[in-house]
Design a protein. Structure first.
Length: 117
């Protein structure tokens, strides 16, 4: 039996991976910016959410599991140095911070990514 994330028809969300680069600001310093890496189809599943009060401010996190097909097209191995932009159309784009990346079974077939908004 195949896992839910392995059903190809569920890969219906367009996402873009970005990695952080350091560029000159033209005044002797540097600034960090996000550079596009790869755009792929994915299955995004909401998991748990939590809210907490910290220093008088309400913080909310939503956890997601993101499935995508394995690809050798990443500039560096896919890890937490990337972030994911869900291309739902402005103003609905969402930015996911990657918490973990797994390749179940080490079969180079699918990635399973845990991410937070």
């Amino acid at each position: 039996m195949r896992r839910r994330g392995h059903q190809i028809g569920r890969f219906d969300k367009r996402i873009k991976f970005q990695y952080q680069t350091r560029i000159s600001d033209g005044m002797g310093g540097y600034t960090n910016t996000w550079t596009d890496s790869l755009t792929v189809w994915a299955d995004i599943q909401p998991m748990t959410g939590r809210e907490s009060l910290s220093q008088g401010r309400l913080d909310a996190d939503q956890k997601y599991i993101i499935y995508l097909r394995y690809s050798d097209d990443f500039y560096t191995p896919l890890d937490t140095h990337y972030r994911i932009v869900y291309l739902a159309g402005t103003p609905n784009e969402k930015i996911f911070n990657i918490h973990s990346v797994d390749n179940p079974g080490l079969d180079r077939e699918f990635y399973v990514i845990t991410a937070f908004i």
